[in-house]
Write a protein that binds this ligand. Structure first.
Ligand SMILES: [Ca+2]
Ligand SMILES: [Ca+2]
Length: 98
């Protein structure tokens, strides 16, 4: 999954992936199910709750590691955060679309 994301993510923006520890500091849950994340891909030293208010899990490009990995970030950032959403495959067959 992570490898396939690399093919279309830009290097600079932040992508919120639906994770938050707003309810319980240090416990990141998916906002669609409130279940704790089983798979994680945190960058080295993350999540660090930097500044005491980083509660949203994001995919971020780390220049020092030259790769995308996860970071906890403020949920409200200047410049905005893109939301990365999952969707089911949509059939390309015209009959199924009608
Ligand atoms: Ca936090
Ligand atoms: Ca962080």
């Amino acid at each position: 999954m992570q490898a396939s994301l690399e093919t279309f993510l830009n290097d600079l923006p932040h992508y919120w992936i639906g994770l938050s520890d707003e309810a319980k500091e240090g416990t990141f849950v998916w906002q669609h199910s409130f279940e704790e994340a089983v798979y994680t891909n945190w960058a080295n030293g993350q999540p660090d709750n930097g500044g005491g208010d980083e509660n949203c899990g994001e995919v971020h490009f780390f220049w020092d590691e030259l790769q995308h990995s996860w970071n906890d970030e403020q949920c409200y950032m200047d410049g905005g955060v893109y939301a990365l959403c999952e969707k089911k495959n949509v059939p390309c067959d015209a009959e199924e679309l009608n």
